[in-house]
Design a protein around this ligand. Structure first.
Ligand code: CIR
Length: 254
């Protein structure tokens, strides 16, 4: 899809104290900064204008800006992130989005929702129910989206952390799927690019204009996406992965 703008946020030193379920060890902050800079430069190469927010030490996970909003061309939905320590991240994101959007919707308590659980594929949105996004949050977003003329499908997750941990839409009816989504009936109408379980991390990739950005070190995934007709760019994501993050989490694209 065509994007003009991206919002990203430099990670703070407190990043290493953020939430994680991985057992990959403590992130190396200096290495993370290099990886984050490469990410921002790559997005620029894809032809978008990057609004880079400065680090906030009080919110260790705030570099994962994707979780604070769901964006379309016409309106923004400010989420209500399900992790207590992250909920306050929406204040800054909403104020930045005011420079780009006039129309806002909000997910309200007791509904919770993380942007990482939302995938747009053309006119349809998939909404994951996870540890972070509850049924009420999913219901509210579905109502907002349907009211705006989109279709919305709610997908309760079995194992994945966020919906987009295991799925990405490349456009042209092509869906990258891993794990529990490989045989999920909701995605039967797409041409599937199936990611093997050992390459599962690479299912979180992002199409940005003429490129698909993928994590470095997944030659099978690269080959499959190239064969589907896309040019790929690989990025080292080691320090992001240690905190359960992926390529999509680090930006809001619109
Ligand atoms: C968290 O647990 O919230 C962060 N450490 C990782 C968030 C990743 N975000 C995403 O998948 N959209």
């Amino acid at each position: 899809s065509q994007f003009k703008n991206v919002i990203a946020k430099t990670p703070g030193k407190s990043y290493v104290e953020g939430l994680t379920t991985s057992d990959l060890g403590k992130p190396d902050y200096e290495k993370l900064l290099v990886q984050h800079e490469a990410y921002v430069e790559t997005l620029k190469k894809c032809g978008v204008e990057v609004t880079l927010l400065s680090a906030s030490e009080e919110f260790p996970d705030s570099t994962f800006v994707e979780d604070a909003a769901v964006l379309t061309t016409e309106f923004a939905v400010v989420t209500n992130p399900g992790a207590e320590s992250r909920n306050g991240e929406i204040v800054e994101i909403e104020s930045v989005l005011k420079d780009f959007y006039k129309k806002f919707h909000y997910i309200k308590s007791p509904g919770t929702l993380d942007g990482g659980d939302i995938l747009q594929a053309d006119n349809r949105f998939y909404i994951g129910i996870s540890e972070r996004t509850n049924e009420e949050g999913a219901r509210q977003l579905k109502e907002i989206l349907e009211g705006e003329g989109f279709e919305a499908t709610i997908i309760p997750l079995k194992k994945f952390f966020h919906l987009k941990t295991g799925i990405a839409y490349l456009g042209n009816n092509k869906m990258v799927v891993a794990g529990e989504f490989v045989d999920h009936p909701a995605f039967d109408s797409y041409e599937k690019i199936v990611i093997s379980s050992e390459d599962e991390y690479s299912a979180n990739c992002i199409r940005v204009n003429d490129y698909v950005i993928i994590p470095e070190g997944y030659s099978e995934t690269k080959r499959k996406i190239n064969e589907a007709g896309y040019e790929t760019i690989e990025l080292d994501m080691s320090e992001v992965r240690k905190q359960d993050g992926g390529l999509s989490c680090l930006s809001l694209r619109f």
